[in-house]
Design a binder for this molecule. Structure first.
Ligand SMILES: Nc1nc2c(ncn2[C@@H]2O[C@H](COP(=O)(O)OP(=O)(O)OP(=O)(O)O)[C@@H](O)[C@H]2O)c(=O)[nH]1
Ligand SMILES: [Mg+2]
Length: 464
């Protein structure tokens, strides 16, 4: 059974526990923030405040000595802020302890909170509680997650835009327009002209087309923004044995992928995060491109390599300088050609002349030649790609929102196709619009299941 919450989210979450987590990053810092939330959070914090007997002032910082109530051992001197229910991030009674930032200090404050009755928060649980309490919707919550990780200007703007509520309002408006259309189609279904109800179906079809265009525009902007928001994808492709995995490892600075003299070593796509000039990139090593013959596994590996090249923002064609074979099928776009094994005697590759627009770089994983240059070139290209969406005001961003909006658009388009058929079956049109409304509800979370929420918040960090 699903339970409806303040903002329509369907999630029978138990919020009675007091949760605790470190809200700041790992490692040493000047300050570390320990966050508590849930009914009873004040009591737990007060038990730790050695010298405080009277109730605390709300939403004001007070300096306190924190001590472990069971041993009396002083834990830290900290600034403490108390938030009452309805006036905190989660909407619950909450406390924030601004401690000294040494990991051991924070660890013992956290341990004391756990011994005093709190439990460790799960990833994103503070924000999830805020969503369930109706303090923000799912678009805003994902904006918060983005701001916690943003590595590009565009990602910061998208996160702040989401927090402002503008995208939520636009999704809400689109949903209301579709509901108006649905009402018209249902009126045409339920009544005839004899009842005195006249519905201009042509106008309805036109309005449906306008809605489809609006959603398609939002999706196009989201695709432009994807590299800045979710990371720039860089795929290394080429024939077997060209040195793709060696280059992958050299760029990462560790031996992540298997390297071997036998061609056909890499079978699957291997991805790793590679920060370049502050931009989060995903470097992809792929299976060598050749005729796989009857080998089904190799054929699958190559089909994945082709997908990786198609979906990549930057495609690097890796060529063995000692044996520069051209792949049977070149990727549709190549941004950089890397000729590897520069430490070995080199052979001519006249087929490379056919790619005059593409930058060509020689590298060696043995001598290190060209690797720094390649890193700088990739960093420059990655920032170019990430800047593409700079001026855009995103309504949706991130794969989950894009997927739900794409489903909404498909439902509207299906309804539109039904319309094009003679004797348009209005029931089918109505059900297409109804499905689109439901998918839009997934985007901002006004209609989501607990599983969707689980998936969204799993990706958050603990303490957010
Ligand atoms: N001398 C020299 N050998 C290299 C260099 N890069 C790679 N190799 C060698 O080339 C062979 C193939 O390297 P890999 O990195 O596995 O090539 P790959 O393109 O990933 O091959 P597949 O996974 O089979 O497609 C290995 O024996 C490597 O040691 C290089 O810069 N110089
Ligand atoms: Mg390989």
């Amino acid at each position: 059974m699903q339970t409806s919450f303040a903002n329509g989210i369907l999630a029978p979450m138990k919020t009675a526990d007091v949760i605790v987590a470190l809200a700041t990053g790992a490692g040493s810092a000047a300050i570390g923030v320990v966050r508590l939330s849930g009914p009873g959070a004040w009591n737990i914090a007060l038990t730790l405040c050695r010298d405080r007997n009277e109730p605390p002032p709300e939403r004001r910082l007070v300096m306190e000595w924190l001590s472990d109530p069971s041993t009396g051992r002083v834990l830290d001197q900290a600034l403490v802020a108390f938030f009452c229910a309805g006036a905190s991030y989660t909407g619950e009674e909450a406390v924030e302890l601004y401690c000294h930032g040494g990991p051991a200090v924070l660890d013992r404050v956290l341990m004391a909170c756990l011994r005093t009755g709190a439990r460790s928060a799960r990833p994103g649980e503070f924000t999830r509680r805020a969503v369930v309490a109706g303090r923000m919707d799912l678009l805003q919550a994902e904006g918060v997650a983005l701001l916690a990780m943003a590595g590009t200007e565009a990602a910061v703007d998208v996160g702040l835009g989401a927090l402002s509520g503008r995208p939520s309002a636009q999704i809400q408006m689109a949903r209301e327009s579709l509901l108006d259309l649905l009402a018209d189609v249902e009126a045409a279904l339920d009544h005839s002209e004899e009842d005195g109800v006249v519905v201009d179906l042509e106008a309805v079809a036109e309005r449906l087309g306008d809605q489809a265009n609006r959603l398609a525009g939002w999706l196009q902007d989201a695709r432009m923004l994807r590299p800045a928001v979710s990371g720039v994808r860089i795929a290394l492709v080429g024939v077997p044995n060209a040195g793709k995995s060696s280059l992958f490892n050299a760029l990462l600075g560790r031996s992540r992928a298997i390297v071997h003299a036998d061609p056909g070593t890499t079978r699957d796509v291997v991805g790793e995060q590679l920060p370049l000039a502050g931009i989060c990139c995903q470097l992809l090593d792929t299976a060598g491109l050749r005729d796989a013959g009857a080998d089904e596994v190799e054929a699958e590996g190559m089909s994945r390599a082709a997908d990786a090249a198609r979906e990549a923002d930057i495609v690097v064609l890796v060529v063995d300088g000692a044996l520069p074979q051209c792949p049977d099928v070149l990727p549709a776009k190549v941004d950089v050609v890397v000729v590897t094994k520069a430490d070995l005697p080199q052979s001519e590759a006249s087929w490379l002349d056919a790619m005059p627009e593409t930058q060509i770089l020689r590298t060696s994983c043995i001598s290190g030649e060209g690797l720094n240059e390649l890193r700088s070139m990739l960093a420059e290209k990655a920032s170019e790609v990430a800047r593409r969406g700079d001026a855009l005001k995103a309504v949706v961003a991130g794969q989950r929102q894009i997927d739900s909006l794409t489903s909404a658009l498909r439902s509207i388009e299906t309804a539109g196709h039904e319309w094009a058929v003679d004797d348009a079956p209005l029931e089918a049109v109505a059900s297409g619009i109804r499905r689109a409304v439901e998918f839009l509800g997934e985007v901002d979370g006004s209609r989501v299941t607990e599983e969707v929420l689980d998936r969204v918040f799993q990706r958050f960090c603990v303490g957010k």
